[in-house]
Design a protein around this ligand. Structure first.
Ligand code: AR6
Length: 170
């Protein structure tokens, strides 16, 4: 087990003062809606430039990779691509892989704090409670040097369910 402290935060992921912010990206890695749209909008064009330079062929589902965080308070964006439930991608191990790979990339960078969105739970349609369980269980069971991990929810109901899932594991 890791010694990471995992907390639930209500707010906007782009406002988090952490070393690394995780983006719920897509295979093309050229921006999009939801968290991806917000990160590129607030972080500015440096993020897209770095995506093009570092990911000419995009990123595979379940994998993660980093770019600059541009104008965000964070140092890095760790991009990961969740499975698209709405398109029939329902292999839970791909969703778990997003959290595991993001923590591995954070370790490579030396990040000590990280903010995750609820990957695949928006545009990609993964059922909320299972998306929360996958996030909490995978973050808590992945060995990492990250000390502070947060699951940031925009929405009060989602935030409450994340908090309940964390309380149930204490
Ligand atoms: N801060 C925190 N949480 C947010 C924010 C925000 N600023 N914005 C949305 N959420 P989504 P996905 C929540 O759709 O399902 C994009 O077009 C949202 O309510 O961002 O993995 C990409 O380019 C939901 O609970 O990610 C891909 O094409 C969660 O974050 C696709 O969407 C994730 O929602 C990825 O879809």
């Amino acid at each position: 087990m890791s010694s990471v402290s995992l907390t639930a935060v209500l707010g906007d992921i782009t406002a988090q003062h952490v070393d690394a912010v995780v983006n719920a990206a897509n295979n093309a890695m050229r921006g999009g809606g939801g968290v991806d749209g917000a990160i590129h909008r607030v972080g500015g064009p440096a993020i897209l430039q770095d995506c093009i330079a570092r990911f000419p062929d995009g990123l595979a589902t379940g994998d993660a990779g980093w770019t600059t965080a541009g104008d965000l308070p964070a140092k890095w964006v760790v991009h990961t691509v969740g499975p698209n439930w709405n398109a029939g991608q329902r292999d839970r191990s791909l969703l778990e892989s997003c959290y595991r790979r993001a923590l591995e990339v954070a370790d490579e960078l030396g990040a000590r704090s990280i903010a995750f969105p609820l990957i695949s739970a928006g545009v990609y349609g993964w059922p909320r409670d299972d998306a929360i369980a996958a996030a909490v269980d995978t973050i808590l069971s992945t060995p990492t040097r990250v000390a502070d991990a947060r699951i940031v929810a925009f929405d009060e109901t989602v935030h409450r369910h994340v908090q309940e899932a964390l309380d149930a594991r204490r």
